[in-house]
Design a protein around this ligand. Structure first.
Ligand code: AFP
Length: 331
């Protein structure tokens, strides 16, 4: 693999494919620098008094971890002065964050979950940042929630960082998926994978089994079959993984295949994951890597959002498995 920095990769993509306008390139560079800062803060753990709860709740009424709030601040401060954004939206903020009037505005909208998997922070398990980029609708100078309510097919870029044994940045601009690894000596992201392809078949599933009694019949049928393994209709054994950090589960799936499911159920009829800054960016990336992403019934990226923080059921990963689960819902 040619050792290419993120900056060089973005410039060469722009020169060769005109696929990354300069303001979008600037946006991705700024977000990558914010992810480096979050990675460094997460890595300090107990040494920097960043663990534990912030003593506040987010828009979902969920207790915020200190690092949720810190990560959100890092992304806001990094992005508000560059002139590339019209506004930002975050899992941690009820309303979109307007660009201060002292700074110029750009054409993009940035949405993010600043720290996904934060319930894993205090037990030192991988966490990450997920982000999605949309264009601000023409003529909108003060983007409100409505400006963000665009289907996932309108995304111009999406990515996620995994703060794990190594810090990774996964990116797509709609022309394949690339992975960068943070070189801490250089302090820069280096290209380590290009044109990622998810195996269409898999023998590995990810779901939180403790919700089993709440599942709908098609989900119960699918999981019963994979748990039956070689003794059941699938005629092969399956393995299970559940890291409870979607970024870590999805990076594993990008690397070796698999299916990740957080379906709607009797306990969460609207689902658990958020459409705009979790499911949609992940769906864009997985589809670009040859996988699939549905709610169990419909392609995630075609959903017309109604609320900025709306939740959605998610079945995502190796194409043939997602198609099977979706077929069970339709049958
Ligand atoms: P937190 O950010 O609250 O830890 O939630 C993480 C997450 O949104 C996603 O990353 C995990 O896959 C999923 O929730 C874990 O949900 P359970 O804790 O119900 O297994």
């Amino acid at each position: 693999m040619r050792r290419v920095s993120l900056t060089r990769y973005l410039i060469e993509q722009q020169r060769d494919k005109q696929s990354i306008p300069s303001d979008l390139r600037l946006l991705i560079e700024v977000v990558s620098r914010a992810c480096k800062a979050i990675s460094n803060t997460v890595a300090k753990g107990a040494l920097a008094d960043v663990l534990g709860s912030a003593g506040s709740d987010n828009v979902q009424g969920e207790a915020q971890k200190k690092l949720d709030v810190i990560s959100n601040e890092i992304l806001l401060e990094a992005n508000e002065w560059g002139g590339h954004l019209a506004a930002m939206a975050s899992e941690e903020m009820e309303q979109p964050h307007q660009i201060p009037h002292r700074f110029p505005k750009g054409e993009y909208l940035l949405l993010f979950d600043p720290l996904d998997g934060s319930s894993n922070i205090d037990v030192n398990v991988s966490v990450g940042t997920i982000f999605s980029v949309l264009r601000c609708p023409d003529g909108v100078t003060e983007p409100d929630e409505k400006a963000f309510l665009q289907p996932g097919t309108k995304q111009v870029a999406a990515g996620f960082a995994v703060y794990g044994p190594s810090t990774l940045l996964v990116l797509t601009f709609g022309d394949g998926v690339a992975v960068f690894t943070l070189d801490r000596e250089q302090g820069s992201f280096v290209l380590t994978q290009e044109n990622v392809q998810i195996p269409e078949e898999t023998a590995e599933f990810a779901i939180n089994m403790s919700n089993q009694r709440h599942w709908e019949a098609p989900v119960r049928r699918y999981i019963d079959e994979v748990v039956a393994g070689a003794t059941g209709p699938r005629k092969k054994d399956f393995n299970m993984r559940w890291i409870a950090s979607m970024v870590a589960d999805l990076y594993r799936i990008l690397t070796r295949g698999g299916i990740f499911m957080y379906p709607v159920d009797a306990k969460r009829p609207g689902g658990r994951l958020r459409l705009m800054y979790e499911a949609n960016p992940m769906a864009f990336i997985v589809e670009q890597a040859g996988g699939a992403a549905t709610t169990g019934r419909k392609r995630v990226m075609e959903l017309q959002p109604e609320e900025l923080h709306q939740r959605v059921g998610l079945v995502i990963g190796s194409k043939k498995e997602v198609e099977r689960v979706t077929r069970y819902h339709v049958e």
